[in-house]
Design a protein around this ligand. Structure first.
Ligand SMILES: [Zn+2]
Length: 405
């Protein structure tokens, strides 16, 4: 992508109001626009980031045999009345009447609609376990707070499992838990796994994946040890039971939640299957990840005075190319990198803005590495690559293309 072609809707709002760091950087770098309280538009760079996150999640869900579906965000009231949540969500759910006078809502979650999709269609135990998931929009009439961290519309991955017994539910729960660990590791976010229901008997029924962050609205004690993801809501625990490291108390952002629902929804939704002696209720589990919330969570954890520091897996571009002058050899190499590494991966800083501005914008957007084409290239024929953390490497062009193309 050429910088002169890239649409970047930067915002003055970032400077003009008190913001959490993630909101300030998301607006200042033009990742999102903020047309009103609690709603956000994704720019081309923002949408690249959101898509990269979704793709990582989708791949891991498919790996464990979950099947992708898409249910409407627009819902009728009846199934929510059936489960008893129409009243429970009151105030937080967007509800209204359609032109025929029927009560409708914008879905905050999809347990009921998913149970409705499966009901009467999965009758035999042979059709289970079944795991369905979707990546889509959810709506919650919450008090907007901390920018993207708590919005009225947000993107979730939500998965639902349907099984005949607790043992099968536990198996899927553990697979899902392992997939979440792979997902959050690949996303480069720091997180802990917190038992959300420590009072439950006979094994864990619900765990949250929480990202340590000062601006988070949750609290936990967690283990800062390498590759240890122990977290707890029991603040009397001082030492990690898994590795012995001292625990740290912190605010945190909920990134994901895995939940053994049992028959909480299958009972009111009449979600049953046939047995030799009659009918049994289907056992459900639900497994969410806040896709759009991962964006501010990552920014909160990974930024410096110059801007965002995206992990490679999420970054909108993996390389910036900054030609320092108009020398034909430099321009030719810049174009070659753009073509061979690919316009999906490369942000080529063409155009006549000052070099300093190009560097600053690349760092603000959070591109992990810059190829700087100047005298080093003209004199030694080497490509200078400066990483977002300040590290630097020099490549012969052939080695460079082997590494990046
Ligand atoms: Zn530990």
């Amino acid at each position: 992508m050429r910088r002169t072609d890239l649409f970047v809707p930067t915002s003055k709002e970032a400077e003009s109001s008190a913001q959490v760091r993630s909101a300030e950087l998301a607006l200042r770098s033009g990742l999102v626009d903020h047309p009103g309280a609690g709603i956000f538009s994704y720019s081309p760079t923002g949408e690249r980031v959101r898509k990269n996150i979704s793709d990582i999640i989708r791949e891991k869900m498919n790996d464990i045999g979950a099947q992708e579906v898409s249910l409407p965000g627009l819902q009728y009231a009846d199934i929510w009345r059936k489960s008893g949540r129409w009243e429970e969500f009151e105030g937080e759910m967007f509800t209204f009447q359609n032109r025929e006078g029927k009560d409708m809502c914008l879905a905050t979650t999809h347990e009921e609609p998913m149970a409705g999709l499966v009901r009467e269609r999965v009758r035999s135990p042979k059709n289970m376990p079944l795991v369905l998931y979707q990546i889509g929009e959810k709506y919650r009439d919450d008090h907007p707070r901390n920018g993207l961290l708590r919005a009225k519309q947000f993107t979730m991955k939500d998965a639902y499992s349907f099984t005949t017994d607790e043992a099968a539910l536990d198996e899927i729960y553990q697979e899902m838990r392992a997939a979440y660990i792979e997902i959050f590791d690949e996303l480069g976010v720091e997180y802990a796994i917190v038992d959300a229901d420590p009072s439950s008997m006979g094994g864990t029924a619900s765990e949250e994946f929480q990202a340590p962050a000062e601006v988070g609205s949750d609290e936990m004690a967690y283990c800062p040890g390498d590759d240890c993801h122990f977290g707890t809501l029991d603040f009397d625990v001082d030492v990690c039971p898994e590795c012995g490291t001292d625990l740290v108390e912190t605010n945190s952002i909920e990134l994901g939640h895995i939940f053994k629902l049992g028959t909480r929804y299958s009972d009111p939704m009449d979600l049953t299957y046939d047995t030799e002696s009659g009918q049994e209720e289907v056992i459900m589990g639900s497994y969410g990840i806040g896709v759009s919330r991962l964006i501010p969570a990552l920014i909160e954890q990974r930024n410096d005075e110059n801007g965002i520091i995206w992990p490679e897996s999420v970054a909108p571009f993996s390389l910036s190319v900054v030609p320092l002058n108009e020398d034909p050899e430099i321009i030719e190499m810049a174009e070659e990198i753009h073509d061979r590494v690919g316009s999906e991966e490369v942000l080529l800083f063409d155009g006549d803005t000052a070099i300093g501005e190009k560097f600053a914008e690349s760092d603000l957007i959070g591109v992990p590495a810059k190829v700087i084409l100047g005298n080093t290239f003209l004199e030694d024929g080497e490509l200078e690559v400066e990483f977002r953390d300040g590290g630097r490497e020099y490549y012969e062009p052939a080695d460079f293309f082997e590494t990046y193309a």
